[in-house]
Design a protein around this ligand. Structure first.
Ligand code: ATP
Length: 226
């Protein structure tokens, strides 16, 4: 294929392939998030992985770093990786941000585009507590990344959901705009933002748990120092 045709084909797929939506508090973003996003970008053949830092998450406590600091860290962490983008709409929205509402907004903007909401297994297990959780699959696919120590449910509402919507085929995520659940084992990096904050609070250096750009923002701002 000539270079022009190859780039035309790749920009056509960038305009039409599924978009990964990676939401989180990212307080702070770390290599567990980044490696997961990177592996899923390739495995699911996504032209775009969109990081969406939560503004005021209803089911969690207040974040420690400010919205501006978390956004700055996500931007620093994702800069330079083709396909990684940042969408700060939830931070710009006053009041609570519900995933279902954000997805509905994206669906209105991109009616024919498959959307893949990326969640860790821990987040998936808490899904029935999310606002209008059963509507999520009418708006997007769910892609569940295996995290260390967590198992997929085989019973209860989530077990049933997996029987009805589960797929092991990536092309299913390209062929429909929403409605499938795909579970994927990613490289297990046992890092959590809670542990990173505790480590920094105890005076340790978070080096090698996150990109250097993120570490610099943390050290310079002192946002997690006791
Ligand atoms: P906290 O410790 O504050 O709960 P976290 O490290 O789980 O934070 P979040 O911002 O809450 O980070 O996570 C965003 C998403 O990334 C969630 O779906 C979560 O399951 C997933 N995730 C977080 N850490 C990892 C990891 N190490 N490997 C795979 N997925 C992860």
């Amino acid at each position: 294929m000539s270079t022009t045709r190859a780039s035309a084909a790749s920009s056509a797929s960038a305009m039409s392939g599924p978009i990964g939506i990676f939401g989180g508090t990212f307080d702070p973003i770390h290599y567990g998030h980044l490696r997961t996003a990177y592996e899923l970008l390739a495995t699911l053949r996504l032209p775009e992985m969109r990081f969406m830092p939560a503004g005021n998450p209803p089911h969690r406590n207040q974040t420690i770093a400010s919205n501006e600091q978390r956004l700055q860290m996500v931007r620093a962490a994702t800069a330079g990786q083709p396909g990684f983008t940042v969408d700060d709409r939830e931070m710009r929205k006053p009041g609570l941000s519900y995933t279902v509402e954000t997805l509905a907004e994206l669906r209105t903007e991109m009616p024919a585009r498959p959307l893949c909401l990326i969640v860790g297994m821990d987040a998936f297990l808490g899904l029935p507590k999310w606002h209008r959780w059963r509507d999520l699959l009418t708006l997007a696919h769910l892609v569940v990344a295996h995290r260390p120590g967590w198992r997929a449910p085989s019973m209860g509402p989530l077990g049933e959901l997996l029987v009805d919507h589960g797929t092991g085929t990536v092309s299913d995520l390209h062929e429909a705009t929403a409605g499938r659940i795909y579970i994927h084992a990613v490289t297990q990096l046992e890092i959590s933002s809670t542990d990173v904050r505790a480590l920094i609070g105890a005076g340790s250096d978070p080096r090698y748990l996150m990109p250097e750009g993120v570490r610099s923002i943390i050290l310079e701002s002192g946002c997690y120092a006791r």
